[in-house]
Ligand binder design. Structure first.
Ligand code: SF4
Length: 413
């Protein structure tokens, strides 16, 4: 269930039906201004709506003032154990402060931070981690880790409400994907506040992306989650941002830049599609429009499967073809496929998003496609033709055609 409440981290709305916000966290020493700002800029360029920075020392809180001033996106200060640093981060102008009330030194310290946050109108992110639940929940954690996590989160929310502070979002972090899914489903039914989703310490770029896609994707598909962070073991925060966007784009929750569709290749492939796809992906990074581009390794299935793609290419040994919305545009030499594809894309934008088709070139491409197609393969077009023919025929003829012994006559010896 989507959160009812909405908060604002700087200008970015979180919850209450706002688009799911993408965030990441810098991996630099925050006080190293140059390195931190470089990473924030790269993350923002990759599409981060919000960036979080760790503030474990006084000098990091000091650096925050400059970072907040220079950053193109809102900054969240990440604080553990030390409520004084949370106060300093608020005073430095952080757009939000993340803290776990359970490890900040008791309710009085939390209350002090809340009072300052109310004065400044700054939101907080409060939460619980599966590794550091309060002592009274240890047995429950052993018996039912999901219920323990949710109980700890609800108790945190109740503490904030007793302190008359409601300008917050909530996170429950677990390294377990099933527990992340189950606990957030439960919590979303029990509280109206926005939820920050993440699988903590998800792992390397490869395994962490998969775990996050499964865990966060499952929740997001149900409408649960208002902001996400993909935690990857990489020094490049922008990599986390790219993964977050792929998840949101796959679920059609947000659009950002082109969508590349590529077949997995198989034994029918006759050209170096790996290189072609990588080059197409690289060049598409220069485009901001959510254009859909498809790369098919061969035309065995026809190009009907890529009918929804704005542009696409399919290749063979020496020649290939450019198409748009499932209709051929022109045939080109395989080595020119990528260049010609981007010429067509650029022409499309220059013409105000109109596809200009040269009918002579298109006819030559159709002819090439017909030659390339495997006459025995069941393309969508042939399937449609067969179905149409079958609909006109007698039912018995259809049965016979489908039977492995169609047309045979059996006689007793
Ligand atoms: S499009 Fe062709 S090369 Fe790609 S997976 Fe399908 S059959 Fe194989």
């Amino acid at each position: 269930m989507a959160s009812e409440r909405q908060i604002h981290v700087g200008p970015v709305a979180i919850g209450g039906g706002a688009p799911v916000a993408v965030q990441t966290m810098t991996k630099t020493e925050t006080a190293d201004l140059q390195a931190t700002m470089d990473q924030i800029l790269r993350a923002a360029d990759a599409g981060a709506d919000i960036v979080r920075v760790a503030v474990p020392r006084d000098k990091d809180a000091e650096a925050l003032k400059t970072i907040v001033e220079r950053s193109p996106v809102p900054i969240i200060a990440d604080i553990h154990f030390n409520h004084t640093l949370a106060l300093k981060a608020l005073d430095a102008g952080a757009h939000c402060v993340r803290l776990n009330p359970g490890n900040i030194g008791g309710p009085d310290k939390v209350a002090e931070v809340c009072r300052r946050a109310i004065e400044l109108g700054t939101p907080l992110r409060v939460g619980v981690n599966s590794g550091s639940l309060p002592a009274h929940l240890r047995q429950l954690e052993y018996d039912n880790p999901v219920e323990a996590l949710v109980t700890a989160a609800v108790e945190t929310v109740e503490l904030m409400e007793r302190l008359e502070f409601t300008n917050f979002k909530v996170s429950m972090k677990s390294t377990s994907v099933p527990n992340t899914i189950a606990s957030n489903r439960l919590l979303s039914e029990r509280i109206p506040y926005p939820l920050h989703l993440g699988v903590t310490e998800a792992g390397t770029k490869w395994s962490g992306s998969l775990k996050s896609a499964v865990g966060l994707g499952t929740l997001l598909a149900d409408g649960i989650g208002d902001t996400i962070r993909i935690s990857l073991s990489t020094f490049h925060a922008e990599e986390e941002v790219k993964v977050a966007w792929e998840i949101l784009k796959a679920l059609k929750l947000r659009e950002r830049g082109p969508v590349l569709i590529a077949c997995p290749t198989c034994g029918r492939l006759q050209f170096d599609m790996d290189t072609v796809v990588a080059e197409v992906e690289r060049r598409l990074e220069a485009y901001e429009d959510p254009i859909e581009v498809s790369v098919l390794g061969c035309a065995v299935n026809g190009i009907g499967e890529a009918r929804h793609a704005d542009f696409g290419i399919t290749g063979a040994k020496d020649m290939g073809m450019i198409y748009s919305k499932g209709e051929p545009l022109k045939k080109v030499r395989t080595e020119d496929l990528v260049d010609e594809l981007f010429k067509e894309i650029d022409k499309y934008y220059a013409a105000g998003k109109l596809v200009e088709r040269d009918e002579v070139e298109a006819a030559a491409a159709r002819e090439w496609l017909a030659e390339e197609e495997d006459a025995t393969a069941m393309t969508p077009e042939r399937m449609a033709a067969l179905e149409a023919a079958a609909a006109d025929a007698e039912p018995i003829a259809l049965d016979e055609a489908a039977s492995p012994v169609a047309g045979r006559r059996f006689t007793r010896a």
